[in-house]
Design a protein. Structure first.
Length: 202
């Protein structure tokens, strides 16, 4: 009877600890994962905003005033960053490192960034899609249609779509390390709790 009660006590203690550890680990992983992804996305947003602010549309021709190839983000070999720009249905600019490949085109509402996980040659990427109005079109188009309703103004605007993607292997490595760290810490806590519980209820 004593052994049966002791066994049930140990099982109850370990079961409770397992439940608490599972909930705690899930919360910690979710919070840190979201923080790391937000940090990664903030970097992508910064690059996309710099590129979009450098695009100008003059007489139907698209110019990129910034010399992108000298930006550090696009010179890396181990963790490359790519970009591609679309006007209407045609790709008009892209990273030379893309070669003949294309990034997946996606976008949200005007000036609202959208994020998505992509892959290129088996490598994980995280990308931002941004639909925006280039410089040189905003004032002329808006002045020309300022007396019309909002729907007609949107129809008149010329917009471009920019997608910037970066190698996300480092991000995945960080998340994998965090997962293993939590698993090892949880296993150690369970073993220690079992020994303590067995000693207390013996």
């Amino acid at each position: 009877m004593t052994r049966s009660l002791r066994t049930r006590l140990i099982i109850g203690v370990i079961g409770g600890i397992l439940l608490l550890l599972a909930v705690f680990s899930l919360i910690v992983y979710s919070v840190i994962r979201r923080a790391l992804i937000n940090q990664f996305d903030a970097s992508l947003t910064s690059i996309a905003q710099i590129l979009s602010a450098s695009v100008e549309l003059n007489n139907g021709e698209i110019d990129l005033e910034l010399d992108v190839e000298y930006m550090q983000e696009f010179q890396r070999k181990d963790r490359p960053t790519y970009y591609q720009l679309w006007h209407k249905d045609a790709a008009v600019m892209r990273s030379p490192s893309l070669g003949k490949d294309n990034l997946l085109r996606f976008e949200g509402p005007l000036d609202v960034p959208v994020f998505r996980a992509l892959q290129r040659n088996g490598r994980p990427l995280r990308a931002i899609g941004l639909k925006f109005e280039p410089r040189g079109v905003k004032k002329t188009e808006r002045d020309r249609v300022h007396k019309r309703n909002d729907d007609k103004q949107r129809a008149k605007r010329q917009t471009l779509t920019l997608v910037v993607a970066r190698d996300a292997r480092a991000l995945q490595d960080q998340l994998s390390f965090l997962c293993w760290l939590l698993l090892i810490a949880s296993a150690g806590t369970i073993i220690l709790s079992f020994l303590v519980a067995a000693f207390i209820v013996r």
